[in-house]
Design a protein around this ligand. Structure first.
Ligand code: SAM
Length: 276
């Protein structure tokens, strides 16, 4: 199935490749795409309202739904739900550290933040300073990287979870794939990704203002398969105001889930059998 798209100015694209060629087809265009994306956020206030596009009220339902999903995953992946383990997460496109402060820091002993907009990262540093946190001393924001996703390579085997929320739309498909390929090596054995994103109902929608695209579920799934990622679980956001994009969370694994062995003897289908 071909994936078509449009922007808000009446431009139609027959395929993602057609759009990416126009937007990022040579070095100059690609540089402009990323400069303009970061440039957009450089003009935005470092607050919940700023990073949530004027919808600060979605902070609470966002965190509640994410926490439900993370809890389920903790029970499945970490013995004793992660108690007595030293867990480390990476918050990608972290903005002012909203997700880390409200959620990740309570579950992980160390959280690293990656954010290309320096005034957001400075706000995150302040918001996550020990005096502004109500968690025990063995939970902290550890490293603050002022780098975009397309240029980041994590330390090998450092993370239990890599959380990517509301920022992957800034990456062109080729950089999306190469980011995940590099990031896989940053996971500990048994670690996983959580990707939380807006969904287009079909195809994709290009936003010319902040240089990002909203992809459909079908589009994401094609990219996951190019990255060699396997969907372990998904959950849809609840409780957002009507009129916003639907939002979905994907838990992604680097290895296909092991198939449960059947106790029934295997039927051989490659030889003649009696028709009953
Ligand atoms: C909608 S905000 C979301 C921030 C945060 N994830 C949250 O949920 O509060 C989008 C973030 O993506 C960041 N961003 C833009 N381009 C990026 C890129 N190429 N790599 C990583 N982050 C990027 C922006 O600076 C901004 O902080």
């Amino acid at each position: 199935m071909e994936i078509s798209g449009s922007d808000g100015m009446g431009r139609e694209f027959k395929s993602p490749d057609e759009m990416w060629k126009q937007e990022t087809g040579d070095e100059q265009k690609k540089g402009d795409w990323y400069r303009n994306g970061v440039g957009y956020w450089q003009g935005v206030e470092a607050s919940d309202d700023g990073v949530l596009g004027g919808y600060a009220q979605v902070n609470e339902p966002d965190i509640i739904t994410s926490e439900g999903f993370l809890n389920t995953l903790f029970k499945e992946f970490f013995p004793d739900s992660g108690k007595n383990q030293h867990l480390v997460a990476l918050d990608c496109g972290s903005g002012i550290g909203r997700v880390t402060k409200n959620l990740l820091i309570r579950y992980f002993n160390e959280v690293d933040l990656l954010e290309p907009v320096s005034h957001f990262l400075e706000a995150a540093r302040e918001n996550l300073s020990p005096g502004n946190l109500s968690v025990s001393e063995d939970h902290k924001a550890a490293n603050f990287y002022c780098t975009p996703l397309q240029e980041f390579t994590p330390d090998a085997g450092r993370y239990d979870v890599i959380w990517i929320q509301w920022c992957i739309g800034h990456l062109a498909d080729d950089d999306f794939v190469s980011f995940f390929e590099r990031a896989k090596a940053g996971l500990k054995p048994g670690g996983f990704f959580v990707l939380k994103e807006n969904l287009a109902r079909a195809g994709f929608i290009l936003d010319n203002e902040d240089k990002s695209i909203t992809r459909s579920d079908v589009y994401f799934k094609k990219l996951f398969s190019r990255c060699g990622l396997h969907i372990h679980d998904m959950k849809d956001q609840e409780g957002f105001p009507i009129g916003l994009f639907p939002v979905r969370m994907y838990a992604l694994l680097t290895e296909a889930p092991k198939r449960v062995k059947s106790s029934r003897p295997k039927r051989q289908t490659n030889r003649p059998g009696i028709i009953r």
